[in-house]
Design a protein around this ligand. Structure first.
Ligand code: FE2
Ligand code: FE2
Length: 368
């Protein structure tokens, strides 16, 4: 019989690892089992559980795809392109690359704080049909905790944020990390974040609560579903980053860890696959059900989930990604401005691919 109910301990249970990876004396999460294959952290039962819940949806003939197209739309869309990034590094411009990899790590860490904002809620009260044996029923029973640990680590093991820093340090030969790399970011930390990253003044907090889209349903339910959809969108977007980083950091001409760095990025991606699959499953389960409104009336899950996803795609799509590209371009321009051969490098850099349009006038070096 298929297992559909798991305890928190079961969802957090670890494989017996025979090889763990370390960086600067710290242990990274996950590792290799005796078969020499990488297994993500807390995945002894978690992957199977999500597969079982997803299979139930499939058997019921329900739609499994939730914003899947986002992954395709974003694929290959990373500024600077692989070619541009390698060109910069071949010309000794390591600072911009250091900043890009640092911010990727910082944003990974934000994931945990964002997840912690979701209050433990009894999800059953919002649905007509039982949610027993679903991902929805296990969100606060281990799934969200495991996800948060994956992103930001635990007391004894490092998670994705530190793993990206490790990739950066090994591939770029322990570059100097300065406080300003964590400042003026185009994305705001979630409320409750305690690290040193700071958003630019112009950036609105991600935690800002807008008007409820479905005022007839419980506010916490909408907040939770909306958060799941937002995080799923971020996870889809990360695939473009993984692909880009693997391609760039596998090149021995520009990377000091051409094997280790892309391998670890691949491990991070395997961990993220779990996030995508449970978020998509939980949202698809909500979509397949009828919701109970505050006044006791009913509302179609299809209507709610499809609308929330549409809003998320609008909020998280184009402009937000472009702001991140502009931030990266600004850093590149700053580095080139003080580079003795900056003008020539910038000219060639621009000829290798698109550059974002800056709202203000470009710094001097940009006019080369
Ligand atoms: Fe992550
Ligand atoms: Fe993730």
């Amino acid at each position: 019989m298929t297992t559909l109910t798991y305890s928190r301990e079961e969802l957090l249970a670890e494989h017996q690892y025979t090889e763990k990876f370390t960086h600067k004396g710290h242990t990274l999460h996950g590792g290799l089992t005796s078969d020499g294959i990488y297994k993500p952290p807390r995945s002894l039962n978690r992957i199977q559980a999500i597969e079982n819940w997803t299979e139930e949806l499939r058997k019921g003939g329900h739609q499994l795809k939730i914003m899947d197209e986002v992954k395709e739309v974003i694929a290959g869309d990373f500024f600077p392109t692989e070619e541009q990034a390698k060109f910069l590094m071949r010309n000794g411009c390591k600072d911009s690359m250091t900043r890009i990899l640092t911010i990727i790590g910082v944003v990974e860490g934000f994931g945990n704080d964002g997840i912690k904002l979701l209050p433990a809620t009894d999800m059953q009260q919002f649905f007509v049909v039982s949610i027993e044996g679903t991902a929805l029923a296990h969100l606060h029973g281990g799934l969200l905790t495991a996800h948060g640990h994956d992103e930001a680590g635990t007391d004894h093991e490092q998670g994705h944020d530190a793993m990206w820093y490790a990739v950066r340090d090994r591939a770029l030969g322990n570059p100097t990390i300065t406080d300003d790399m964590f400042e003026d970011l185009p994305i705001a930390p979630p409320p409750g974040y305690q690290g040193k990253a700071k958003a630019a003044d112009s950036v609105k907090s991600m935690g800002t609560i807008g008007k409820q889209i479905f005022p007839q349903i419980n506010m916490m339910l909408e907040l939770t579903l909306m958060a799941l959809a937002r995080i799923l969108h971020i996870e889809y977007g990360a695939y473009a980053t993984f692909h880009w980083a693997q391609q760039v950091l596998a090149d021995p001409e520009v990377s000091e860890a051409p094997e280790w760095a892309p391998k670890v990025v691949g491990y991070i991606q395997e961990d993220e696959d779990i996030h995508v699959s449970y978020l998509r499953c939980a949202l698809a389960e909500a979509r397949a059900r009828t919701l109970i409104c505050e006044d006791g009336s009913h509302l179609s899950g299809i209507e709610v989930i499809d609308k929330l996803c549409e809003v998320v795609k609008k909020q998280m799509g184009g402009k937000r990604r472009e702001l991140m590209s502009i931030h990266r371009y600004t850093q590149i321009l700053k580095e080139l401005k003080i580079h003795p051969d900056g003008e020539r490098i910038l000219k060639e850099f621009k000829s290798l691919g698109r550059v974002p349009e800056l709202e203000d006038s470009e710094p001097e070096a940009a006019r080369a």
